[in-house]
Structure formats: structure tokens, C-alpha cells
Design a protein around this ligand. Structure first.
Ligand SMILES: Cc1cc2nc3c(=O)[nH]c(=O)nc-3n(C[C@H](O)[C@H](O)[C@H](O)COP(=O)(O)O)c2cc1C
Length: 177
């Protein structure tokens, strides 16, 4: 099973990048996560779309289409998802044959704050449901107080690692169903 990993942060030392790395490490045997760097995409512009999707947009849409499932790991920006992630979703959402249709996905969030990016988690869920993505209901992964959970760029907190392990096992069964 090949999953596409989408990270909402570009920050050096990103907690969410480390969370995606942990998901790849803790996923069941036979499940891989291939990250796609969202910085490759231009800013959404409907005039550009009408002139034809740029090559990187075509590549992103194909990566979504080819994946057996999607794994998001994102910070919360102002109680929502970061622009870079929304931008990617907006590009992929346009007709024809929008590639999110019918995909299975899991959402993880990590934040410095105590709420673990819960509002971004649910805001992203709302956007994906509109695009007919089936989002894993649970077990949820919302990592609060991130500086206490990660060490040397790695998810170190054992209860959180166990939550990620269960999350990935649930996504694998959900995507197979
Ligand atoms: C523009 C901006 C807005 C933010 N808004 C929120 C917020 O609404 N809620 C929250 O918990 N953290 C917020 N944060 C803090 C992020 O959770 C924190 O920077 C986190 O480490 C980002 O994830 P990363 O380590 O993967 O880059 C915000 C950060 C930025 C840069």
C-alpha cells in the first residue's frame, strides 16, 4: 500500500514533518508513505488554470490519483490549515476528474499549543469531505505541547508514538475496505 504524505509545514525542524516521519516508521508492514513537497506548486491562479495546469500541478494531481490513501500532518495557522496545504488542495480540486474523489485519508496535527491543532484538524476534515474524501474518524492524532513530545527531530513521546501506530493501522484497514 502506497500512501501520499502531505505536510502543511515547510519549517526547518517542523514537528509535523517529524510526525509524518514517525507515521512512516510506525505504519504496518507493507505500507509506505511517500512525501510530496508542496513548495513545488505555484500559488493558485484561475487564469493560469484556464491556460492549462502547470506541470507541477499535473504531477501533484497524478500523485494524489495514484496513491492508495493520503496522510496529512499539519500545523494550525490562525485556527485553520496553512495556506500551502489549502493551495495544494485547491489546485487538485478543479475539474476534470478531481483526484481526491473517493480517496481515504488520515489527518494528524501537531502544535506548540495545548489543543494540538484540533481546529485545523477539523477544518481540514471539512474541506476534504466537500471533495468526497473519506476521512478516518479515529483514533485521532492531535499532538499538543509539541516541544515536549519531540527530541532531536524525532517523535519521542511513547504514548504519542503508540497513538500514531494505531492511527496508521486504522488507516491501512480503512483504505483496504
Ligand atoms: C501564522 C501562524 C499562525 C499560528 N496559529 C496557530 C493557531 O491558531 N493555533 C496553534 O495552536 N498554533 C498556531 N501557531 C503555532 C504553530 O502551532 C507552531 O508554529 C507549530 O510548531 C507549527 O508546526 P511545525 O513545527 O510543523 O512548523 C501558528 C503559527 C504561525 C506561524
Amino acid at each position: 500500500m502506497r500512501l501520499l504524505g502531505l505536510c502543511g509545514s515547510t519549517r526547518t525542524g517542523s514537528w509535523n514533518r517529524a510526525l509524518l516521519d514517525a507515521a512512516a516508521e510506525l505504519a504496518p508492514a507493507g505500507v509506505t508513505i511517500e512525501p510530496w513537497d508542496l513548495r513545488r506548486l505555484p500559488m493558485y491562479d484561475d487564469d493560469i488554470r484556464l491556460a492549462g495546469f502547470p506541470a507541477e500541478v499535473v504531477a501533484f494531481r497524478e500523485a494524489v490519483r495514484a496513491a492508495d490513501g493520503l496522510v496529512f500532518a499539519t500545523p494550525e495557522y490562525n485556527r485553520s490549515l496553512p495556506t500551502i496545504l489549502k493551495n495544494a488542495i485547491d489546485w487538485a480540486s478543479r475539474a476534470p476528474d478531481q483526484p481526491f474523489n473517493g480517496k481515504k485519508a488520515a489527518i494528524m496535527t501537531a502544535s506548540n499549543g495545548a489543543l494540538g491543532g484540533a481546529l485545523a484538524n477539523h477544518h481540514l476534515r471539512q474541506v476534504l469531505v466537500y471533495l468526497n474524501v473519506f476521512v478516518l474518524p479515529g483514533p485521532e492524532v492531535m499532538v499538543g505541547l509539541s516541544p515536549t513530545k519531540f527530541k532531536d527531530g524525532r517523535l519521542a513521546d511513547e504514548p504519542t508514538r503508540e497513538a500514531v501506530r494505531r492511527h496508521m493501522a486504522a488507516l491501512a484497514s480503512f483504505a483496504r475496505a
